[in-house]
Design a protein. Structure first.
Length: 295
């Protein structure tokens, strides 16, 4: 039983006609008839009833048909995967990043990658980590940066970096005099936070629930610069990755008494073959990670 025989069989079964099947397959009708006759001989079964110009499946043919379709489908997927692996020339990596990471951790990395591989195109999307996970599963992106919260069963992940979540407030805010802030004190002040669907907002909501506290939410926005502006002017405080505010002279960054960290992972769909372009980008990220660790 070979693939050509199965392809002929499936096409005839779907068309109920040797003539139409031959036309679709681009071969002479006798070649189709011969291929199926050989398949029936090898199996020792009659697969098709030939009545005048109509062709119908026997019970044995009906049993074989879904298996044959599955085999051909898997072969097509394998061929497609191998083609993707050869196509560095496809030249595009679709990446999704959380807002904070995309704005403050990745710009230098992305420019360095573009400088090394100018023939490759990077298509960037900003989204919350939960949406990024869904986009990977739907094959809408190739690679995403996610926060390692719950165990991922549908994604392959590799640790990228760990970043501290800190309290950010204006220089004249009462908390600015402290070296560290406990979670209860943080929750007593008006907050500006990301909208739901972003990991750091979910983390705060989880902690608030665990401490039986109600967040004093004054503003909700996913715009990083708006959050920074609100904090600078003393309208509210927030918690962000340290990298977002550590170089801002108008914002005080304070650690929590029990330090909080985000573990960032690079992720792709489990079982999905990465293109050569995807693999090149992934290898570059891990190379940069290892370089930072060695410094």
């Amino acid at each position: 039983m070979d693939l050509r025989q199965l392809r002929n069989f499936v096409t005839v079964a779907e068309q109920s006609s040797f003539t139409r099947a031959a036309r679709i397959l681009g071969v002479a009708q006798p070649a189709v008839s011969t291929a199926i006759k050989k398949l029936e001989t090898e199996l020792g079964l009659v697969l098709l009833h030939r009545q005048d110009k109509r062709v119908q499946l026997t019970a044995e043919g009906q049993e074989l048909l879904p298996h044959a379709k599955e085999i051909l489908s898997r072969v097509e997927l394998a061929e497609s995967a191998m083609t993707r692996l050869q196509q560095l020339g496809r030249g595009e990596v679709r990446i999704a990043l959380p807002g904070m990471i995309g704005s403050y951790y990745f710009p230098a990395l992305l420019m360095a990658f573009h400088h090394r591989y100018p023939e490759l195109k990077l298509s960037l999307i900003e989204a919350g980590t939960r949406e990024i996970q869904s986009m990977i599963e739907r094959d809408e992106i190739d690679i995403g940066i996610v926060i390692d919260g719950d165990a991922q069963t549908t994604l392959e992940t590799i640790p990228l970096t760990k970043e501290e979540m800190i309290v950010a407030c204006s220089l004249d805010h009462p908390l600015a005099e402290l070296e560290s802030v406990n979670f209860e004190d943080f929750m007593e002040h008006e907050l500006v936070m990301f909208k739901r669907g972003y990991y750091h907002r979910e983390r705060m909501d989880q902690l608030a629930k665990a401490h039986n506290l109600e967040p004093q939410l004054a503003f909700e926005t996913n715009l990083i610069e708006l959050i920074r502006s609100i904090v600078r002017q003393g309208f509210a405080i927030t918690t962000v990755l340290k990298m977002v505010v550590e170089n801002d002279p108008q914002i005080k960054a304070i650690s929590f008494e029990e330090p909080l960290f985000m573990d960032l992972h690079v992720a792709w769909k489990r079982g999905r073959a990465l293109t050569q372009a995807d693999r090149t980008f992934l290898d570059f990220l891990l190379e940069q990670r290892d370089t930072e660790k060695s410094l």
